[in-house]
Write a new protein. Structure first.
Length: 663
């Protein structure tokens, strides 16, 4: 027998160690002393020093089958090698022809977690699968287990600061190395839900902790191999049905809480209006979640054969799914403070722009029934405005902060609030001018990406602001701003100035002040007009590039200093050639980008010039240094002469209407 001392919970470890050693010498009982035969550690995969666990718990590893078998699989997924290039927040992309939802870890959230990311998986990830290091020629991405992509399953954050949190992985999604996934034969939804309940139970967490052992407990790294080896209890049809039923209900309850999150695929209405679609009580929902979790824990303990003593004993010495608070796994994901009135105002802005459907708030439309947990995520949340239905206000992607204007954002927000009978105490125009963008930027930033969809560009002083709606952004947007907003405003200001000039020395003090204000505004509007016309002819945004790239050429037009500096940095990096995969880079620096496409197939694929500069060839298959006689197809540069290369580059520039000398 060997003696083990457990002092994990002691604050004064020096004193505690002295006390335990003295008790050991005297043969006195001490709950911190464990006497264990080392050979029993062999029962647990990896032979961890699980000295604090009793024999009954440890024996589950020999009495229960491990998770991984011919019927169940746990797999690690895609590492893109460059998330900024290949990954977006789902609200950044317009149309999903090349983007799939992407499970990449995230915050602690058992049973349900909205997939806020999408990944470029066009043509089975051809661009990612050809992303190689220029100097070594080695693949920089790691597209592994792709045969499991798009299948319904379960996923979890691989490395966390809290307990394991397994949640539903809907169909038609890709999973990441940081968001591994579990699968069963035939993607049986009932079996997946039963496993969802088991993997989120205290019993499953306890057995995981035995594998992790005390030395690894703080790391909380739930690797695929750990899950594969963890024992899974057996259950009959009735028990499986009950587990599935409870997991389905928990998924539904957790999803209900997300129906007030504006960026969620489940969004319906902001919290202050949510009761209009039926009872919505977050406190009651949380209580029911806790109750069902306790029922799951009790049933799964029974299925594993845990004794009452095992259940009461602190075997993990750490938080488990039923006791852990919601913690952030992604370093820059800020726990958002609930601001009910501001959430309503933000929603009203979305209604004004045509993003959200006000009719849900006044009873004119009812939401669709709750989807199946494993159904593919919708392109639009149920709270968004349906296609083909009259919008609240017709516009061309631009609204303005200009009292009296037909496209005045504040007037439209107030109309929305009146239409749905929502009483907001604050000054909406002041909030829109001073607070909204920072609020919006925080709400629409996640996973180290900033992706606001309402962009405020303004005069230098900020006294005249235009709001651009990113989903409707096009090469004509800046011309629209000049022709329909800035130029008419400038003419109006000049007309008012001329009227005051005529009065000359007869102007009152109030008129003198107004004259000075209008003079400053005239200059700022003229400057804004010149800046817009300087950018507009060459500005061709493409949503696949993402918010930051599309917004970068406009960096000088933003008043918000932090956002302005972020975009300026992005623009500088674009100039330096760091993001030559972007369509916008090809637009501004076509010769440089196309020259790179000759040597980088991934870039050639991104810009749809692969067949101009590359050719498909037959390559012999070599295994262990021996020619197998088999042939595979591969790609290589065409080996064009300098003259032919320049001819092709000029052809692309001419066909796409690019400006070859733009700097």
């Amino acid at each position: 027998m060997s003696n083990f001392l457990r002092l994990l919970t002691e604050t004064d470890k020096h004193t505690a160690l002295s006390e335990v050693c003295n008790n050991l010498r005297r043969g006195e009982e001490d709950e911190r002393i464990f006497q264990v035969a080392p050979e029993i550690f062999n029962e647990v995969p990896g032979i961890p020093f699980s000295y604090w666990v009793n024999d009954s718990v440890r024996s589950r590893f020999s009495k229960c089958a491990p998770f991984e078998n011919s019927h169940r699989n746990a797999r690690q997924g895609l590492a893109t090698g460059d998330d900024f290039r290949f990954v977006r927040l789902h609200w950044e992309v317009v149309g999903r022809h090349k983007w799939l939802n992407f499970a990449k870890g995230g915050s602690f959230s058992p049973f349900f977690y909205d997939l806020h990311l999408v990944v470029n998986w066009q043509e089975n990830g051809v661009e990612i699968r050809n992303f190689v290091d220029e100097s070594s020629g080695k693949l920089k991405s790691r597209p592994q287990n792709i045969e499991f992509f798009k299948r319904a399953g379960l996923t979890w954050p691989r490395r966390t600061t809290s307990g394991l949190s397994v949640r539903v992985l809907p169909a038609d999604a890709v999973f990441a190395d940081k968001g591994p996934a579990l699968f069963v034969s035939d993607d049986d939804p009932d079996e997946l839900l039963a496993l969802l309940a088991i993997t989120n139970s205290q019993a499953f967490a306890t057995l995981l902790s035995v594998q992790l052992a005390a030395a690894d407990a703080a790391a909380r790294s739930y690797e695929v191999g750990l899950i594969q080896k963890n024992p899974v209890c057996e259950y009959d049809a009735k028990e499986g049905s009950r587990l599935s039923e409870m997991a389905r209900r928990l998924w539904s309850l957790k999803r209900q809480l997300d129906t007030t999150t504006e960026t969620s695929h489940a969004f319906l209405l902001p919290e202050l209006l949510r009761n209009r679609l039926g009872d919505y009580n977050p406190v009651a929902i949380e209580e029911e979640i806790g109750q069902i979790q306790r029922e799951i824990d009790s049933l799964v303990f029974d299925l594993y054969g845990f004794s009452e003593e095992d259940r009461l004993e602190d075997l993990t010495n750490k938080e488990t799914p039923s006791t852990a608070g919601k913690k952030t796994e992604e370093k820059d994901d800020i726990e958002l403070i609930t601001r009910p009135e501001e959430d309503v105002l933000s929603w009203a802005v979305g209604v004004a722009f045509g993003r959200f459907d006000w009719r849900l708030a006044n009873g004119e439309r009812r939401p669709l029934a709750e989807p199946c947990p494993f159904a593919p995520l919708p392109a639009k949340s149920p709270g968004m405005h349906p296609d083909g239905v009259e919008v609240f206000h017709h516009h061309h992607g631009v609204l303005v902060d200009d009292e009296g204007h037909s496209h005045d954002l504040n007037r439209l927000v107030e109309r929305v609030l009146e239409t749905v009978d929502a009483n907001i105490s604050r000054d909406t125009r002041r909030w829109l001018r001073k607070d909204f963008f920072q609020f919006h930027l925080q709400r629409y930033s996640k996973s180290r990406r900033k992706a606001p969809i309402y962009w405020p560009i303004s005069t230098f002083s900020g006294n005249y602001t235009l709001w651009l709606y990113y989903p409707l952004l096009s090469s004509q947007t800046l011309f629209t701003i000049v022709n329909d907003f800035v130029d008419p405003k400038l003419k109006s200001v000049r007309s008012d100035l001329n009227s005051l000039r005529i009065k000359s020395s007869g102007r009152s003090k109030q008129e003198e002040k107004e004259f000075e204000t209008l003079s400053n505004l005239e200059k700022e509007l003229a400057d804004l007009c010149d800046m817009l016309l300087g950018i507009a002819p060459s500005y061709r945004p493409k949503h696949d590039d993402g918010v930051l790239i599309c917004a970068a050429p406009l960096w000088s037009l933003y008043a918000n200093k932090s956002w302005k500096m972020v975009l300026k940095d992005i623009w500088n990096q674009l100039e330096e050639g760091d993001y030559d995969w972007a369509h916008l880079a090809l637009n501004y620096w076509p010769e440089r980008v196309l020259q790179k496409c000759i040597e980088d197939r991934s870039l050639a694929i991104a810009h749809d010039v692969e067949r101009l500069f590359w050719e498909e060839i037959e390559v012999p298959v070599i295994r262990r240094g021996q020619d197998t006689g088999e042939i595979r197809l591969d790609w290589q540069p065409k080996g064009l002469s300098e003259a032919d290369t320049q001819t092709l580059i000029k052809k692309v520039i001419d066909e796409r209407g690019l400006q070859s000398e733009f700097r």
